[in-house]
Design a protein around this ligand. Structure first.
Ligand code: SF4
Length: 287
């Protein structure tokens, strides 16, 4: 269990080994929100490169709300899961119209924003407002299950994570736990021999015992293959739309499913539902 008696070990380790990430140098709630939406399904290294251009172009929720959705979709190139670009724009509009242009700090207010789930809402509270919540992502859930030596249900994991936050030190604590999960308590081959909390870990990489993180709440399972997936077809059509409208008769070819009109129609319709495309007079185009 992540408890007070080894909080000090982890914080000491973090002081020497914590990652210097650009969004850790700000407390601007909108910039933090932007980074968290970008980080939802994309690797840290890529967001490190791309986050600066987003905060430069959209320094405030208002600037983002006023931009055409198509511009955000265009800027999102290479980040994957384009729906997040639409969510980001919808967030900006909501923050501007419902919250006077200020990112809220209240948990329920944050959860009411498009594309903001329990992890992202708490991450904004902790990393922008320095509140003492605990974030629970796949890294944190993995550490909790392993230190407990058993699989955990989601509420149980969240409660354990909450209980471990040192009062008044939520920002530093959560960064430390995330970094431990990213660099030491990794999914495959955790580095238990150099882990600062190994002394309080019940599993400690014991090959004779099934990894408790497997099947534990919040621990992600590997993504299905991208090649040949609906997601690949969606990505191809969005990429084509950035160059201009696409006639619906061309969508099977554009999406890589020559001759499979039914699949192309079905998947293209999901883009319209997600706000990534509009359908007008037999053509698809960016909103
Ligand atoms: S001892 Fe190993 S399994 Fe336990 S928390 Fe540390 S790295 Fe993870």
């Amino acid at each position: 269990m992540l408890v007070a008696d080894y909080q000090g070990f982890l914080l000491e380790w973090y002081a020497k080994n914590g990652r210097d990430l650009p969004w850790r140098r700000t407390r601007n709630p909108w910039w933090i929100l932007l980074s968290e939406i970008m980080l939802q399904q994309t690797q840290v290294a890529r967001i490190e490169q791309r986050w600066p251009e987003f905060i430069e172009r959209f320094p405030t929720p208002q600037t983002c709300a006023e931009a055409p959705v198509a511009e955000l979709i265009g800027m999102w190139s290479g980040l994957g899961f384009n729906r997040r670009a639409v969510n980001l724009h919808r967030c900006a509009v909501d923050i501007t119209t419902r919250f006077g242009g200020d990112v809220p700090s209240d948990l329920d207010d944050l959860l009411s924003l498009p594309g903001i789930g329990p992890y992202t809402a708490r991450a904004i509270r902790v990393f922008a407002f320095e509140l003492d919540d605990a974030v629970l992502d796949t890294n944190v859930a993995r550490i909790l299950a392993r230190t407990q030596g058993r699989t955990l249900k989601r509420l149980e994991a969240q409660n354990l994570a909450d209980d471990a936050v040192p009062a008044g030190d939520g920002w530093r604590w959560n960064q430390a736990v995330l970094d431990l999960g990213a660099s030491i308590c990794t999914s495959k081959r955790p580095l238990c021999e150099v882990c600062p909390i190994a002394v309080r870990c019940r599993w400690r990489g014991n090959d004779a015992v099934v990894d408790p993180a497997k099947g534990s709440a919040g621990v992600s399972t590997p993504q299905s293959t991208f090649e040949g997936s609906d997601r690949q077809g969606r990505g191809r059509l969005v990429a084509a739309l950035k160059d201009g409208p696409v006639d619906e008769t061309d969508t099977p070819t554009v999406m890589g499913w020559e001759g499979d009109v039914e699949r192309a129609e079905r998947v293209a319709a999901t883009l319209v539902v997600d706000g990534l495309a509009v359908y007008l007079e037999g053509r698809y185009e960016l909103p």
